[in-house]
Design a protein around this ligand. Structure first.
Ligand code: ADP
Length: 298
C-alpha cells in the first residue's frame, strides 16, 4: 500500500549535565542507540498501524545498518529495496541536557548516496504503491526522481523536512505537502500574524495539491481546493515528543492508502501523534491501531 523513499539513521544518544565547550570533555550517561531517520520512522509508523509498507533507502554495510534493517523488519516493513554499502550508515549524534534540550549532529552517510538510479531500480515497487511517501533527508534529485517515476494513480506525499526550497514539479505532485509549524513559517518566508488556516491557504497557492500543517499539542490543519479543515489536538500527558511528526506522517500515509479522505486521515493522524508523545522514544513509541485513542463520539 505504502512505499517510503527516505532516510534511515542510528540515533546515538548520551545525556549530559552540561554541553562541552570547544576543546572541553564532559562525562555523560550510558550510550543509548535507537533506530531513527524520518524515512525509517515513517515506514515503521505506517506498518505498525497495519499497512503493507516497503522502504526504499540505503544503509552502510556495518553494525548500525544491520540494526536498522532488523528494526524495520521487526515492524513488518519490506526492506528488499534498501541498498547496503557505499558509505557508513547515517547517524545522529544526540546530546541531551538536563532539561531535555538537544544538540544534534547528523552524519547522512549512506542516505546521501541514495540516488535517482536507486529509485529507478525500484520503479515497479513505486508504481504498484497506492501512496509514495517522501521526506528531505535524502538528496533532492532522488526525491524529484521518485516524483517522476510514480504511476498516475499513485498518491505522492512529501514531508518537507528538513526545510529546503522545492522545485515546481515536486511541489506540484504533493498531495499533501506535510509541514510542522516551523517549516510552514519558513516556507512562507518568516513569521506571519495569520492563523494556521491562512498559512495553509497561502501554501496551497504555491502549487501543491493539498497541504497539512501539524501544530504540536494543538493538532493539525489541512487544506485542499475544497476547503480548510482544523483538527484539534488530543489532550495527553506528553512524555517525549521525539518522532511525533513521523508518527503523524506515517499514519497519514497509512490512511490515505486505505482510501480515507484527507480530512479523515488527518483526524486519525492527530490521534496517532498524540499516542506517540505519551511514550518514550521515536519508533518505540509508535502505536498499533488498537493503541490509538478513540475519536470523540465513537
Ligand atoms: P514535529 O514533531 O514534526 O515538530 P508536531 O510537534 O507538530 O510535529 O507534532 C505532530 C503531531 O503529533 C501533532 O499534529 C499532534 O497530533 C501530535 N502531538 C505533538 N505534540 C503533542 C502534544 N504535546 N500533545 C498532543 N499531541 C501532540
Amino acid at each position: 500500500d505504502v512505499v517510503v523513499v527516505g532516510s534511515a539513521n542510528a540515533d546515538l544518544v548520551v545525556g549530559v549535565e552540561r554541553r562541552p565547550a570547544a576543546g572541553e570533555t564532559v562525562l555523560g550517561s550510558d550510550l543509548a542507540v535507537h533506530p531513527g531517520g524520518k524515512g525509517g520512522n515513517q515506514a515503521v509508523a505506517a506498518a505498525r498501524l497495519g499497512s503493507t509498507v516497503a522502504l526504499v533507502g540505503r544503509v552502510g554495510d556495518d553494525a548500525h545498518g544491520r540494526f536498522l534493517l532488523d528494526a524495520q523488519r521487526a515492524a513488518g516493513v519490506d526492506t528488499r529495496a534498501v541498498r547496503v554499502g557505499g558509505a557508513p550508515t547515517g547517524v545522529a549524534l544526540i546530546v541531551v541536557g538536563p532539561r531535555g534540550d538537544n544538540s544534534i549532529v547528523v552524519s547522512p552517510g549512506a542516505n546521501a548516496l541514495l540516488s535517482a538510479q536507486d529509485v529507478r531500480a525500484s520503479r515497479d515497487l513505486l508504481s504498484a504503491a497506492r501512496v509514495v511517501s517522501l521526506q528531505l533527508e535524502i538528496p533532492l534529485e532522488t526525491v524529484a526522481e521518485a516524483v517522476a517515476v510514480v504511476a498516475p494513480g499513485t498518491r505522492v506525499m512529501l514531508n518537507a523536512s528538513p526545510s529546503a526550497p522545492l522545485p515546481a514539479p515536486v511541489l506540484a505532485a504533493c498531495d499533501p505537502l506535510v509541514l510542522n509549524e516551523h517549516e510552514a513559517l519558513e516556507m512562507l518566508g518568516g513569521a506571519t500574524e495569520d492563523t494556521p488556516e491562512a498559512w495553509c491557504t497561502a501554501l496551497l497557492e504555491r502549487g501543491p495539491r493539498s497541504v497539512v500543517v501539524t501544530l504540536g499539542a494543538r493538532g493539525a490543519v489541512a487544506a485542499d481546493p475544497s476547503g480548510v479543515v482544523r483538527v484539534p489536538g488530543i489532550p495527553v500527558v506528553a512524555v517525549d515528543t521525539t518522532g511525533a511528526g513521523d508518527a503523524f506522517t506515517g499514519a497519514l500515509a497509512s490512511r490515505l492508502a486505505r482510501g480515507d479522505t484527507l480530512a479523515q486521515a488527518v483526524g486519525f493522524a492527530v490521534r496517532v501523534g498524540a499516542a506517540a508523545v505519551t511514550r518514550a522514544g521515536a519508533q518505540d513509541s509508535f502505536p498499533t491501531a488498537e493503541q490509538v485513542p478513540a475519536a470523540e463520539g465513537s
